[in-house]
Design a binder for this molecule. Structure first.
Ligand SMILES: [Zn+2]
Length: 138
């Protein structure tokens, strides 16, 4: 197997493989997935907020809030994580979508009231299930 040198993107410096291995052991590595124009689409766990390129891709994929029946245009929504970021969700394009402020907060506070289903190859939607109303006994 050949031992091609590594390229340090930050500086343009070519490094010997031994240095690449040392950096891999001692640095925080970030997995980045980019589109054809070099825009970052997957950020993994490194950051919580969507990048501008991710936002553009989400607006192209979704017309409205990703909760069924919610008419708020995607461009007026917050970017939501399909899997809650605070419990390990990834900031990856295929797991991001638009949620209006109400649904973003409500889904975070009451995850049991929502079920997720696929609506396309990389698209999701959530169905809201109202909480059972408690009957007052008199
Ligand atoms: Zn909504």
């Amino acid at each position: 197997m050949g031992t091609a040198p590594g390229l340090l993107l930050a500086t343009g410096q070519v490094l010997p493989v031994s240095s690449v291995h040392r950096l891999a052991r001692t640095s925080t590595l970030v997995r980045l997935v980019m589109d054809a124009e070099g825009q970052v689409l997957d950020m993994g766990r490194k950051v919580r907020l969507a990048t501008p390129a991710q936002r553009r891709a989400i607006y192209a994929r979704y017309a409205t809030c990703w909760v069924d029946g919610c008419p708020l245009p995607a461009t007026r929504c917050q970017i939501d994580h399909a899997d809650n970021w605070s419990t390990g969700g990834l900031t990856d394009l295929q797991l991001l979508g638009p949620a209006c402020q109400f649904h973003n907060r409500d889904r975070y506070q009451h995850p049991d009231r929502y079920t997720r289903h696929k609506t396309g190859k990389d698209r999701w939607a959530f169905t809201y299930h109202p909480a059972r109303t408690r009957r007052l006994r008199v």
